[in-house]
Design a protein around this ligand. Structure first.
Ligand SMILES: *[C@@H]1O[C@H](CO)[C@@H](O)[C@H](O)[C@H]1NC(C)=O
Ligand SMILES: *[C@@H]1O[C@H](CO)[C@@H](O)[C@H](O)[C@H]1NC(C)=O
Ligand SMILES: *[C@@H]1O[C@H](CO)[C@@H](O)[C@H](O)[C@H]1NC(C)=O
Ligand SMILES: *[C@@H]1O[C@H](CO)[C@@H](O)[C@H](O)[C@H]1NC(C)=O
Ligand SMILES: *[C@@H]1O[C@H](CO)[C@@H](O)[C@H](O)[C@H]1NC(C)=O
Length: 303
């Protein structure tokens, strides 16, 4: 009786493993039009293919499952991927990889290192842990998407030699604090940093430093205090602070501070009238454009 139960369990494990190894995927040829649906234990791709999309359940991505000589897009999205074996992308020649909408919880350090991709999306997973050095020697990487995960911090230790990231998105995670040096891994110019829909309460004065930012977006967080260093220690074009808890704004418009900020989006904050006046005043003196609610301004001016 017990023996047969054990046997049944064993059989289902073995079957489960077998079917996990079968990969069903679609090739899109370089004419970007013809497609072909295939299944096999290995995704084999040579020169003529532009995109590979995995179509069906793929809980594990193991070493040897990829044999890619040259490919633009590898899309392994929404297929219940939970585990990637270290080294799975070694020697694969791919430009853009999306692993979005899966169930990855942990990113080990030996998955993406040395990979010369330009785009990586890990959005919409369950990532709550990233090993130090997970993004190492990714010298071509320009865009990294980590939105809709379960991260509570951004540590510069995750990164090592990623000199060309231009677009970094960690929206919709559980980040509560921007710590000192959090973004020291970003070195290129013209950065876009998106931290919308988190729970950021605190920005360390040196949380952002020596960066040349086109846009920093902290929409819908719990920020109360905006450190003046954000403006004095960086170049920053547009700052989005809508839907936070800001009452006062640092005096960046006064003489002696040369902030490069051109636009500050600060609607939906409990701004004091004094702050509203200061912002409107600076805008008049050709300071940055400040977007805030017209009725808030009107109410302050009535009093
Ligand atoms: C590559 O694409 C060209 C043009 O679409 C086609 O003629 C050729 O047969 C393809 N080669 C392979 C190996 O599929
Ligand atoms: C990998 O692809 C090459 C050519 O594209 C082929 O010769 C080789 O047999 C493939 N390896 C496996 C394990 O499928
Ligand atoms: C990847 O393939 C492209 C096009 O064939 C080639 O130019 C490039 O050198 C390859 N990169 C690597 C790392 O093999
Ligand atoms: C990554 O590249 C570095 C420097 O080229 C090399 O020392 C290291 O062994 C490589 N790691 C892997 C896993 O290929
Ligand atoms: C601001 O800019 C002016 C003119 O470029 C310069 O003279 C001044 O030293 C700068 N002030 C600061 C605090 O950097």
């Amino acid at each position: 009786m017990f023996a047969s139960i054990v046997l049944v369990v064993l059989c289902s494990l073995v079957n489960g493993h077998d079917s996990n190894n079968l990969i069903t995927y679609e090739l899109t040829f370089s004419d970007l039009y013809s497609t072909e649906k295939l299944s096999g234990n290995v995704i084999n791709v040579d020169n003529n293919i532009s995109m590979v999309s995995v179509l069906e359940n793929l809980p594990e991505l193991r070493k040897g499952m990829l044999n890619i000589t040259y490919l633009n897009y590898l899309w392994i999205e929404n297929v219940n991927l939970q585990y990637m074996e270290e080294g799975v992308f070694d020697n694969q020649n791919i430009s853009l990889i999306s692993l979005a909408g899966n169930k990855l919880a942990k990113i080990q350090s030996r998955i993406f290192d040395n990979l010369s991709i330009i785009f990586l999306s890990l959005g919409g997973n369950e990532i709550n842990f990233i090993e130090n050095g997970a993004f190492r020697n990714m010298v071509s990487l320009r865009e990294l998407i980590l939105s809709q995960n379960k991260l509570t911090q951004i540590s510069p230790g995750y990164f090592d030699n990623t000199p060309h990231i231009l677009y970094f998105d960690v929206s919709s995670n559980g980040i509560t604090k921007i710590e000192e040096g959090s973004f020291s891994f970003l070195s290129d110019e013209d950065l876009t940093i998106v931290i919308n829909d988190n729970a950021v309460e605190e920005i360390h004065p040196r949380g952002f430093e020596n960066l040349n930012i086109i846009e920093l977006s902290l929409l819908n967080n719990l920020v109360r205090d905006v450190p003046v260093e954000l403006f004095t220690k960086n170049k920053i074009g547009m700052l989005v602070l809508g839907s936070n808890q800001i009452e006062e704004f640092p005096d960046i418009f006064s003489e002696g501070i040369n902030s490069s900020v051109k636009t500050v989006m600060i609607y939906d904050n409990p701004l004091k009238c004094e702050t509203v006046e200061k912002l409107m005043d600076s805008e008049q003196k050709s300071g940055p454009s400040c977007f805030l609610e017209y009725d808030r301004v009107a109410r302050c001016r009535q009093n």
